[in-house]
Each structure stands twice: as C-alpha cells, then as structure tokens.
Design a binder for this molecule. Sequence first.
Ligand SMILES: Cc1ncc(COP(=O)(O)O)c(C=O)c1O
Length: 445
Amino acid sequence: MPNFREKLRLLIAEHAEEYASKPLIPGIDYLPASGKCVGPDELSMVAEAAADMWLTAGRFATEFEEKFAQWWSLDKCLLVNSGSSANLLAFFSFTSPSLKDKAVLRNAEFITSACCFPSTITPALQYGLHPVFVDVDPMTLNPTVESIRQAIGPKTRAVLLAHTMGNPYRSDHIAQLCKDRGIWFLEDCCDALGAKIGDSPVGSFGDFATCSFYPAHHLTMGEGGAVLTNDRLLHRIALSLRDWGRDCWCPPGATNTCKRRFDWQLGNLPVGYDHKYVYSQVGFNLKTTDFQAAVGLAQLKKLEKFIQKRNANHRYLTRCLQDLGADQYFNLPQATPGTSPSWFGYVLTCREQGMRTPIVKYLERQKIGTRLLFGGNLTKQPMMADIRWSASGSLEHSNKVMNDSFWIGVWPGLGKSHLEYMASKIISAVSDVKPTAKNVVPAAA
Ligand SMILES: Cc1ncc(COP(=O)(O)O)c(C=O)c1O
C-alpha cells in the first residue's frame, strides 16, 4: 500500500498534463511581458511541503539557502518574503549599531539611479536618508561609473543600485570606488540573476546582493526574495534583523544551537535570560515559508536553462527587429561593455517623441504585453512630492526613458514564433502611429 506521500506523487504524475504549460498562440493568446514557467515539478514540491505541515521556514528553506548561495558562489543566503523585503533587510543592516562608526546614520546621503524600481531605495527614504539621483547612459540604461564617482560627496554613505533589466552596470568598478571611500554598496540583482561581469556573477562585488522571486523574475516562488553576502558580520546582522531582531540564531523549531541558551548575559538583562528572547537589533519578521522555498528548489534546477532561453530570446528578437529595420525608429538595447547580461525584458526606446503611448496601445490591442521601465524618472513620481532630493548633473536620459521607453517579454515561455510576431507587430505599430508617404492612402480627389 503506498503511503500518503507516495499516493500524492502518483496522483500528481497522473495529472501532470493538466499542469504542463500550454503553448501560447500568437495573435490569439495574450503574450505577457513576463510570466512564470511552473508545472508538475513545482506542484510535487509544494505537495511535499504540504505533507510536512511545517508551515513556516523549515527544511526546504534551509536547503534553498544553501543551494542558492552555492549556485551564486556567495557564502551566505537569507531567504525573505519578497525582493522589496530583501532590499529592506540589506539597507537596514547598513544602519545597525553593530557596525559601530560604519553604521549609516539618518540624514546621510545615498546615490541611486533616477530610473530605478522604487523598492531599491524606499527603505533608505523611509529611514530619512537624502537621495542623490544620477542619470542613466542612454544605451545601457544604467548609470556609468563616472556618474557615480561624480555624485559622491562628503555625506555619501551608500550606493543602492539595480542592474537595469538584466543588463549589468560595472559593479566591479563601483565596488572599488565604494571600498576606497568607506561607502556601503547594495547590488539589487532582482532583474539580473545570472548576469556576469567577466567571469564573476553580478552581486558578488557589492556588500549585499538582493533578488526577487516574484513570478516575473528569472526564478519564482510566487512571493519571495533573498539577501546574499560574503561578509560574516553583515550576514549575522541581517539574520537577526530578518528574525525579529533576536540575538539567537536557532532556525525555527530548534533550540540551544549555541549550547549556552541559559548562560548569556546581554544588555541589562539578568544572567541566564533565555537567549531565544534576547533582542540585539531593532528587527522585523521577513521570513518566508517552506511552500515557497519548495517551489524555489524545483525552479533552481531549471535556472540555467531559463537564463539561456531569456538570452537566446533577446538575441533572436534583436535579429528580427534589425531585419525589419526597427532600429530606424527605436534605440535597441545594448549590453554594457565587458558584461554578459541575463535579460529580464526587451527595452525599446522610441527615437521620436510622442510615439510610445500610441505604440503600446497598438501592441496591447494585438495581444502583446508591454511594460514601462518601472517608475521612469523616479523624481517625477507622486511618492517624491514631500521628499527632499538632489540630482548630480542633468537627468535628461531618465526623462527620455520616462517619456519614450517601454519593454516587451523575453521570458522562457516565449519562443521564435512569438518573437517573430512581436517584431512584425512593432513595425506595423510604427506605420499605424506614424503614417509615412509609403503607407498613407491618398485622400480621394
Ligand atoms: C529591480 C527591482 N528591485 C526590487 C524589486 C521588488 O521585488 P518584489 O516584487 O519581489 O518585492 C523589483 C520587482 O520587480 C525589481 O524589479
């Protein structure tokens, strides 16, 4: 007689077809700009986690943290409940009194890109830091090393920067700048899992790497994120901040990992106060559950393939668009020299003003999903209305992104037929929006 787990496995195998991803038909099905590739493998893992009935972070979370850190060639990984929480945790770690005179204090300045995702920087804004925005390079959509160098001032304490759409900025050089000046550096890799600079993965240069496992991303667990570092002290601080600020590092369900549970004396607490209830940081609870981690483990086995497929799709879309002459109308994406991107989406910037909105409306009507490059120039967002900020230099290219850029999908659920359809519709969109001598029907005499 098969036991309950074996029955579950057999049942899932029997119904695998129902959970296999269905092919999308161009022109009939909507082609989203991003999507998740999940199926029976992920379902089997969730079922295993459900059969455990552990419910919080447990064996799957621990296994994911170990395997993911190994995959990334980084020492330590902490699983959290979103990419935004990963950024929150990483930033607040920089403010910990455990860092003594290196801790970031309120009213210090940090540097970021004007074209960023809000939650790369919201923790720093919430903490009361002053943002200094830099512009992006129009071709790579990332700030240059020189722009960061110029933005550094006497009050700069952190650089918080995401690799835009999977295209790396030179975090190797920026890390060196930061190190020389005692500035903390957070590499937000939420959109760039698997991108490299030379042979080294992005995220291995900064003090922290963060990533998101929301369904749009290279690897998904529904909601989820991670914080990775090679720095033992930062890891220790982040672990405590993630888990209520406690001093104890026992995983859920474990006790006395330190073998001194009733022997510590910390703060002004009495000797022997249970280490489980000693709080050395002003913390959060940002943990995830084993259900999410179990899905992540199934996805991790496919991550390299997902990354290759995204990059192959990006290359193919460039070929299709170039063959159709799209580069007359759009700036096509360009990898930062010296780097290997892990593309998140395909960004097109209309050369001419006023084209973007009608083009995305046209594409959506053709069932092609479009997205904007996050907040465009973030300084223009309503969230910034009551925040004091400054810019280092002009934000001219960020304004161009805000007005004229959009992106479409390269996620692994898309293949050549989808990309060919998307490329051809982009060209039709241009003629639909911008009648030229060739396609204007002469008015009746
Ligand atoms: C660059 C970047 N950072 C952070 C996040 C936040 O991740 P999450 O949605 O998991 O909170 C995102 C989300 O897409 C992102 O693109």
